[in-house]
Design a protein around this ligand. Structure first.
Ligand SMILES: C[S@@+](CC[C@H](N)C(=O)[O-])C[C@H]1O[C@@H](n2cnc3c(N)ncnc32)[C@H](O)[C@@H]1O
Length: 316
């Protein structure tokens, strides 16, 4: 089994995909206690370091390094400030890349990183990764949509993959398996049928304030879900809710008075592609907001699995 080190691991969406692709994740790291609790409930054998990545002095050697550094600065939902410190956590990933010198690496980040304000940061990442370590890496970046890989959710993300130059192998991003001319997209209905209609205590019941209703938050049962986000108040609506209609440029209202609700955190996890048996333990850190947060932060496991499985066989 090829080995992997995972940074910015969260609750382990990326790592669930890695495990399915046949990797043994030796070490993981994140600052969020509940992310660790969820991770260890599902992958008890990984050595999970809780704390700031910059405090880790040495990383174990491994054949693959993965890291999905945070993206608040780049995402449409977060504060868009290209100079915030959080946007430079990729330098910590670079430090690990230099130290470990793995055969390959995979990074996931939000699509906003391609926009002009952040393009210099993306270019800098690619330039620095290309020359990292003794041999440097052949680096490719591509925008992938999770729904094209069997995830019941529209979620566009940039994947950056590097293969160490001395291995003389080439990486090709996986070809979509779902969508027009391929397998049918997996819908909300395919995924949530059989789950309770009103899972009390598992969904955010905050009022739908003006910002929430500044755009359409609902998709139908026969569609893929809108992007699952990490802030529970912004979670899309469950299709059991009435439809929304647009009444002004940035103003929407419910078409009827019927009860409406957001997706629960468990439904959000299923729409991210986590399996039915994925566990969310109760712990000191397990508030409802935190459950939503670790789910919304995650990389859809089927997407990461597809990207990892497309790596050339350089492990032998
Ligand atoms: C996009 S999420 C990663 C999601 C994860 N790969 C998954 O699939 O579940 C980014 C993560 O980086 C973590 N993070 C932010 N700053 C950090 C730091 N200084 N050290 C370690 N982890 C950090 C956040 O807590 C968050 O869980």
């Amino acid at each position: 089994m090829p080995t992997a080190v995972s940074l910015f691991t969260g609750c382990g969406g990326s790592d669930a995909g890695l495990v399915k692709a046949g990797f043994d994740v030796l070490m993981a790291n994140d600052v969020l206690p509940y992310a660790r609790d969820v991770y260890l409930a599902n992958h008890p054998d990984t050595d999970y370091h809780l704390g700031d990545v910059s405090k880790i002095k040495s990383f174990p050697s491994a054949e693959l390094l993965v890291g999905c550094y945070p993206c608040q600065g780049f995402s449409q939902g977060g504060a868009r400030d290209a100079d915030r410190n959080i946007n430079f956590l990729y330098l910590e990933f670079l430090r690990a890349l230099r130290q470990i010198g793995p055969k390959a690496f995979i990074v996931e980040n939000v699509s906003g990183m391609r926009r002009s304000t952040y393009k210099h940061l993306l270019d800098d990442q690619i330039a620095k990764f290309s020359t990292a370590g003794k041999y440097g890496y052949s680096v490719k970046a591509e925008l992938l949509n999770a729904q094209d890989f069997g995830v019941p959710q529209e979620r566009k993300r940039i994947l950056i993959v590097g293969i160490r130059n001395d291995l003389r192998a080439e990486y090709h991003f996986p070809t979509p398996t779902h969508g027009e001319g391929r397998k049918r997209l997996v819908t909300i209905e395919d995924t949530l049928t059989g789950m309770p209609d009103w899972p009390m205590g598992e969904f955010c019941e905050d009022p739908f304030h003006w910002y929430y209703l500044s755009r359409n938050r609902r998709r139908d049962w026969n569609e893929t879900a809108k992007t699952i986000v990490s802030h529970m108040r912004h979670m899309p609506l469950h299709p059991i809710s009435p439809s929304l209609r647009r009444i002004h440029t940035d103003k929407w209202e419910f078409e009827s008075d019927g009860p409406a609700r957001r997706f629960s955190y468990r439904e959000a996890a299923r729409l991210q592609g986590f399996g039915k048996r994925f566990k969310f333990p109760d712990s000191e850190a397990s508030s409802l907001a935190m459950r939503y947060r670790v789910v919304g932060n995650a990389v859809p496991p089927p997407l990461f699995r597809a990207v990892a499985q497309a790596l050339p066989d350089v492990w032998g």
